[in-house]
Design a protein around this ligand. Structure first.
Ligand code: C5P
Length: 223
């Protein structure tokens, strides 16, 4: 397990984050939430008045925000320019803007380099890691020992997410999830796909604990 990379990709709101944190915790691995990195860049763009729907404007400033990701599954953190934005990146404003920002190749290129450095630090052993995102098994780390592609029924995802958000409107939540999936799957650079060799898990009928058990089993059987 010292160097294993577990790549978990999938649609928005399929329970990836809780699942991946649980799996990493159970196996004593690090955890990287690459979605949080895209959200942090998006948050920075909004803070700096950049039009997030103008790819050239986003690309021009893509190199500016300095990100730092913590990889403890019990309390992952993300900081931009030294400010912890773990909570700030979860607002509806960021959620609506993140998929358009994530289509911009200059944004993807710089985060890709940083993600690879976190997975395998140039200075020495970083330790095994569970990495969550949309393009981990296909682009960021195609050589991952374990690859999982997680999906769930959109209506079930929306109901779960609306509950987490304190009873927000289910239909509106489903619409935002579907729109993010549409943009993430349709973009030219590193779209969301089931990577070669990835095991597809539809989480719709399972509880969180059942999905964690399933993935822990999968990792243990693979190694
Ligand atoms: O996982 P999360 O929902 O926080 O991701 C937010 C957004 O970041 C996704 O909808 C997608 O647009 C983008 N993303 C990406 N590639 C990744 C991870 C996230 O494009 N590896």
């Amino acid at each position: 397990l010292a160097t294993v990379v577990v790549a978990v990709d999938g649609t928005s709101g399929s329970g990836k984050s809780s699942t991946c944190r649980g799996v990493a915790g159970r196996l004593g691995l690090r955890y990287l939430d690459t979605g949080a990195m895209f959200r942090a860049v998006t948050w920075w763009m909004l803070q700096h008045g950049v039009d997030v729907h103008d790819p050239d404007a986003v690309a021009a400033r893509a190199g500016e925000p300095v990100l730092a990701s913590g990889t403890d599954p019990d309390g992952p953190t993300i900081a931009v320019d030294g400010v912890d934005v773990s909570a700030a990146i979860r607002t509806e404003e960021v959620t609506r803007a993140v998929s358009p920002v994530s289509t911009v190749p200059a944004v993807r290129a710089r985060l890709l380099a940083q993600q690879r450095e976190i997975i395998a630090p140039p200075g020495g052993p970083g330790g095994g890691i569970v990495v969550e995102g949309r393009d981990i098994g296909s682009t960021v780390w195609p050589e991952a020992e374990v690859k999982v592609y997680v999906t769930a029924d959109p209506a079930a995802r929306a109901a779960r997410r609306a509950l987490e958000e304190g009873g927000s409107d289910v239909a509106a939540t489903e619409q935002v999830l579907r729109e993010r999936d549409r943009i993430d799957s349709g973009r030219a650079t590193a779209p969301l796909v089931q990577a070669d060799g990835a095991v597809h898990v539809d989480t719709t009928p399972y509880t969180l604990d059942e999905v964690i058990d399933l993935l822990v089993d999968l990792v243990e059987r693979t190694l």
